[in-house]
Each structure stands twice: as structure tokens, then as C-alpha cells.
Design a protein around this ligand. Structure first.
Ligand code: NAD
Length: 299
């Protein structure tokens, strides 16, 4: 069993760290939110007063933060992890961030004597709770293999996508596709309802038919079609619209840099931008179905 530092205990990091505790690892945790730290203490982790404390005396540090600037600050900022972690500590960043930041922080980590991998995830909060995330990993083979037993506790598959930053590239492409399929699925359900169909009956049909997709399989955007989805609990506790918008921004930045046309990705970013601007940044991204239903205004 390993001693692990875990920093960032939000919707995803909280259940991921809990699963490490449940598997018998010693887990030292830190989050800016005291309540989040207390939740993990109740689950059996050791609460710490700072990120540096959580990263002291551990073999591995896992971070699960909102965006690239948080990762940069935590690792490279004054008194940050690279200045305080012992040489040889394996660093695993599971946040979804831009590949350039992932590459830059990994290069600095190597200079500091700490191997680092980017290991963003797919599977949502339900996947995090069930220990069934998909890890998309970038980095050298040795640290990836060293991290694998820990990632296996939190996930059901670990894909080594390539060198540093490659995990983030895979994640960015995946989430652009997810954003588009959530909008497409929402449009189809809204149209069916307008034509008199029951949203659950229509969803069941499409799930088994050629329109079937991940959203229909487990993340239906309409309330009360599926138990346990954010839609069935007021669009709380899932993947925030603001976070999806961040990911679409990463994809658009990359498309611009690479000179690639991503017309549906660009449209999706615009739709989520309007949804966010209407005050829905904190709601799960599946709430875009309401935005599309109400012509821009939200209930
Ligand atoms: P969240 O906002 O619920 O949690 C982020 C946590 O990080 C918060 O508790 C915050 O207090 C903490 N934090 C921020 N800066 C910190 C710092 N310097 N030190 C310590 N703690 C700090 O976000 P989330 O939904 O858990 O997502 C985390 C990451 O995972 C994001 O990059 C997101 O894009 C990605 N992701 C989310 C989902 C999802 O379904 N929610 C799915 C896949 C990937």
C-alpha cells in the first residue's frame, strides 16, 4: 500500500481520493475548501493544512484542479509543489488543462527531479464514485507504469496516449465530441417532446438505434428519464457548464494553432458561451437542453 497526497477534492477529486482510501492506501488530502477536506477526513483520509503538507512524506501526489492556471500556480508558484516535494516523488495531474501547460509543468518537474504524467479522466462524477474512470495518460513509460496500480483503483481503463501532454490532447478531443453530442441529443429530445413523444420513450428508442451514444446510455439531459443523472437532481453535482466551456476553449485554441476547421466544435462553444452568460456556469452541462428548449432563457 502506498502513501499518497491528493490535492483538489471537488466533484471528481473527492470520490477519487475516497476510492484510494477504501483500497487501503494512506491518503493525505488538501483543498482550499475546508468542507471538502472534512468530507475526506470522515472517509478516512488525513486532512492537511496546505498542499505542501499533503505532498510531504508521500510516494505519489495526485492533483485534480479546475484549470491550467491552478495547476501552474500549485506546481510552479512560490512554495509550490516542485519547490517542496521530495526528489523522486511521482506527480500525477488529472485535471483537464491545455497540453502546453501540461508539457511545461512536466518539463519543470523533471528538472526538479520528480517524474510527472498528465492523466486527465473521462467518466464524470458517477465514474469517479464507482472507480470506473478512463485515464488518458501522457508521459514517459516508466512513471506511467509506476502510476498504473493507483490509476487502476480509480478507473477501469488506463490508456497511454504518448509523451507529456498527449493525455490532455486526447481528453480535449473527447470533450469536444461530448459537447457536440450533448447538444445533438438535447435537440432530438426537445423536438420529440414538441411532437408529443414522451422523453423517456424516445430516449429508450434512440439509445437502441443508430442515434445511440454515451449521453443516452447514462447521462440523459432530460429530468427523470434516468435515475442518478445531474438532470434528475436539478443539474447539480456533475460537470459544470463553465468547465465544459473551458475544455471547448482549449479545443478551439488548438484548432486555431493547427489551422484545423472544427465547425461543430466552434458552434458548441458558442452555445455553451451563451448558456454560461445566462447564469448557468455552475449547472451541469446537460442543462443546455433547457437553454435550447427555451430559446435562450432558462427557468
Ligand atoms: P470542482 O470545481 O468540483 O473541484 C475543483 C476543486 O479544486 C475544488 O474543490 C477547489 O476548491 C479545489 N482547488 C482549486 N484550487 C486549488 C488549490 N490551489 N489547492 C487546493 N485545492 C484547490 O471541479 P471538478 O468537477 O472536480 O473537476 C476537476 C477537474 O476534472 C477539472 O479540470 C475538470 O475539467 C475535470 N473533469 C471533470 C469532470 C466532471 O464530470 N466534473 C469529468 C472529467 C474531468
Amino acid at each position: 500500500m502506498a502513501t499518497i497526497g491528493f490535492i483538489g477534492l471537488g466533484n471528481m477529486g473527492g470520490p477519487m481520493a475516497t476510492n484510494l482510501v477504501k483500497a487501503g492506501h494512506t491518503v493525505q488530502v488538501f483543498d482550499l475548501s475546508k468542507e471538502a477536506v472534512q468530507r475526506l477526513e470522515s472517509a478516512g483520509a488525513t486532512g492537511c493544512a496546505s498542499a505542501a503538507e499533503a505532498a510531504t512524506g508521500v510516494a505519489i501526489v495526485v492533483t485534480m484542479l479546475p484549470a491550467g492556471r491552478h495547476v501552474r500556480e500549485l506546481y510552479l508558484g512560490e512554495g509550490g509543489l516542485l519547490a517542496t516535494a521530495a526528489k523522486g516523488t511521482l506527480l500525477v495531474d488529472s485535471s483537464t488543462i491545455d497540453a502546453d501547460t501540461a508539457r511545461a509543468v512536466a518539463a519543470e518537474a523533471e528538472q526538479a527531479g520528480c517524474p510527472m504524467i498528465d492523466a486527465p479522466v473521462s467518466g464524470g462524477v458517477a465514474g469517479a464514485e464507482a472507480g470506473k474512470l478512463i485515464f488518458m495518460v501522457g508521459g514517459d513509460t516508466a512513471p506511467v507504469e509506476q502510476a498504473r496500480p493507483i490509476l487502476d483503483v480509480m478507473g477501469r481503463a488506463v490508456f497511454h496516449a504518448g509523451p507529456a501532454g498527449a493525455g490532455q490532447v486526447a481528453k480535449m478531443c473527447n470533450n469536444m465530441l461530448l459537447a457536440i453530442s450533448m447538444i445533438g441529443t438535447s435537440e432530438a429530445i426537445n423536438l420529440g417532446i414538441a411532437e408529443g413523444l414522451d422523453p423517456k420513450a424516445l430516449s429508450d428508442i434512440m439509445q437502441q438505434s443508430s442515434g445511440g451514444n454515451w449521453v443516452l446510455n447514462g447521462y440523459n439531459p432530460h429530468p427523470d428519464v434516468m435515475d442518478g443523472t445531474p438532470a434528475s437532481r436539478g443539474y447539480t453535482g456533475g460537470f459544470g457548464t463553465a468547465l465544459m466551456l473551458k475544455d471547448l476553449g482549449l479545443a478551439m485554441d488548438a484548432a486555431l494553432k493547427d489551422g484545423k476547421a472544427t465547425p461543430l466544435g466552434a458552434l458548441a462553444r458558442n452555445i455553451y458561451t451563451l448558456h454560461d452568460a445566462a447564469g448557468n456556469g455552475h449547472k451541469d452541462f446537460s442543462s443546455v437542453i433547457q437553454f435550447l428548449q427555451n430559446g435562450g432563457s432558462t427557468p
